[in-house]
Design a protein around this ligand. Structure first.
Ligand code: UDP
Length: 558
């Protein structure tokens, strides 16, 4: 199930001394989490078969002296120099253990204003970003992967324009994703075409930041190189399951986990493709796996070490877990449903609703035995549950490679491409389902022998060049529709899939809306508005080719 790329990553970063292969990792992790042999055995089978995998820190650290299992953290940043550098230190400690960190910088005084009682002048939030970025560069997540951060600023902060442009050149703040939080009131004004309304007046320069100027900058930034993302703060807090503990103002680096200050979350994802047999979904087996995965992740909370005592306190109050899915696109192909079709979205919605409902049911059962999460009273859950939130959609950037499936709920980016890894090596990747079905397609069109092989080679080369096979007219319409890839899919269809999942996901969704290179500013504006109207919690857009460094390399087109 693992290709060369996955094997390379596994050997260079995940295997501990004495471990030979992925099976050894599964044995260590399952043995550490399970309470007895039978339970560890069940966890082992679920992992080893590629049905479910926990996030990378759990694979790397479970049962080791570090033993930190969570991928996602949120750290509060104060408005004093002591508070800010306390967050720097806390972030460093967390990243050392392999966790990614999210910060909201909105409390930091605008650049050039008096910040502290002593009369010192604030450098502003944007200046501090580079301090956090440098720490990630030095720490390198315990030496095993690039440190990842989310930097967040409220759209009403006076330094918002500098923040939006903080990554205007490639290579700047390379350990950060940047997101702007936008409340409904601002989105409503933006939707109504309002441009002149003032969001903030900069106290040092007197500059007025209007809705028009700030959104122009956001849209230009996205068009330029895919940043910033947007977080819809009211949508996030409408679904805050523990409002009595405070407002949620930040997420982890890829956006899928809105968390309270100091909370952390251990993620784990179910590979949907593994549950399709002869073009139908095995609901019974899926149910068993969801229940087992919930137990795994809930136990992992207690089996994990925490970088800071504040993390342990926050996590054990709400016991949030991050159960998600991967392999969606593969599953849809196996079911014969084109990713961008209404029937695919209906199917996706049915699967995610089932997973969320089953997960909640299992959490209720756990609450009966072990008690509800300690902060349950005063939460929005009427009946006791063990976990304040259960479902999320992670990117599964690495674990989907180990499971040999398409990442998260993303469409396949290209069915054939060269992939660069961080060590600079190039890997040829051909999607296995595509390769098998292409042979059948070519045979069914009557091409055999040398002619068949030549046609197969031509298709693969073309897909590698363009990331698409939609223009290869001699392939059947059905085949082309089934193998649509990320850039063939309109931004509307990307968003509709995200919305189908969001309706049944407690936390949020990591998804990139991939746009063709020719996409203009107006489409970006419309996509932002649509995302908000679809009640999404955030949106990340990326215009292909707008950054030079990209994990994928196609050689031509678009
Ligand atoms: N993450 C990180 N560094 C990385 C990749 C991921 O800190 O290089 C964290 C980050 O919080 C991200 C989360 O792990 O949102 C999940 O990412 P993904 O699903 O891609 O991780 P995987 O478990 O597949 O490595």
């Amino acid at each position: 199930m693992m290709d060369d790329m996955a094997d390379h990553i596994l050997k260079s970063r995940y295997l501990l001394p004495g471990e030979k292969d992925f099976t050894d990792i599964c044995r260590r992790v399952a043995g550490w989490i399970g309470r007895d042999e039978a339970e560890s055995g069940a966890f082992f089978r679920m992992m080893e078969s590629g049905e479910f995998l926990p996030n990378s820190p759990a694979l790397m650290n479970a049962g080791t002296p570090c033993n930190q299992l969570a991928g996602c953290f949120v750290i509060p940043v104060g408005n004093t120099i002591t508070g800010i550098f306390e967050a720097v230190k806390q972030g460093a400690i967390i990243q050392m253990t392999g966790g990614g960190t999210g910060y909201n910088f909105s409390e930091i005084a605008p650049a050039g204003t008096t910040a502290e009682p002593g009369g010192a002048i604030s450098p502003g939030p944007v200046a501090f970003l580079s301090v956090f970025d440098t720490v990630s560069e030095v720490i390198r997540q315990g030496g095993r992967r690039r440190g990842a951060n989310m930097g967040i600023l409220d759209i009403r902060h006076p330094d918002i324009l500098a923040f939006i442009d903080a990554k205007d050149k490639e290579g700047k703040l390379s350990h950060f994703n940047l997101s702007v939080t936008v409340p409904d009131a601002v989105m409503e004004a933006f939707e109504g075409g309002e441009r002149e309304e003032i969001l903030s007046i900069h106290p040092a320069t007197g500059r007025e930041n209007t809705i028009g100027s700030v959104f122009d900058a956001i849209i230009n930034g996205i068009h330029r190189n895919g940043e910033p993302g947007l977080l819809f703060s009211d949508a996030i807090n409408r679904e805050n399951r523990t409002p009595h503990l405070g407002e949620i103002t930040a997420t982890n680096p890829c956006g899928e986990e809105p968390l309270l200050p100091f909370e952390a979350c251990i993620l784990g994802s179910i590979n949907l493709a593994r549950f399709i047999e002869e073009s139908t979904l095995d609901w019974k087996r899926l149910e068993r796996t969801v229940r087992l995965a919930v137990r795994f992740l809930d136990l992992a909370i207690d089996r994990s070490s925490y970088p800071l005592p504040e993390n342990e306190d926050a996590v054990k109050k709400t016991r949030k877990i991050g159960l998600g899915v991967m392999g969606l696109h593969d599953a849809l192909i196996l079911l014969g449903l084109p990713y961008d079709s209404p029937s695919a979205r209906e199917c996706a919605e049915e699967m995610m609703a089932f997973i969320s409902e089953t997960a909640v049911d299992e959490s209720k059962r756990l609450a009966e035995v072990f008690g509800p999460f300690p902060a349950w009273e005063g939460s929005v859950w009427e009946k006791p549950v063990r976990n304040a939130t259960l479902t999320t959609i992670a990117p599964t950037g690495t674990i989907s490679l180990f499971a040999g499936c398409s990442p998260g709920i993303e469409p396949v980016y290209s069915f054939a491409f060269w992939r660069n890894n961080t060590a600079g090596a190039e890997f040829e990747v051909i999607h296995p389902l595509f390769s098998a079905r292409l042979d059948e397609e070519i045979a069914s069109l009557g091409y055999h022998g040398d002619e068949g092989r030549a046609r197969q080679k031509a298709v693969i080369e073309e897909v590698r060049r363009c990331g698409s096979l939609q223009h290869i007219g001699w392939l059947s319409f059905e085949f082309r529709k089934l193998f649509v890839s990320a850039l063939d899919i309109s931004w509307r269809d990307h968003l509709l899939m995200q919305a189908a999942f969001q309706r049944h996901t407690h936390a949020s969704i990591a998804k990139t809306i991939n746009l063709p290179h020719t996409t203009g500013h107006e489409a970006i504006r419309e996509a932002i508005l649509s995302a908000w109207k679809l009640s999404l919690k955030g949106i990340t857009l990326y215009r292909t080719g707008s950054r030079r460094a990209s994990v994928y390399s196609l050689t031509g087109c678009r």
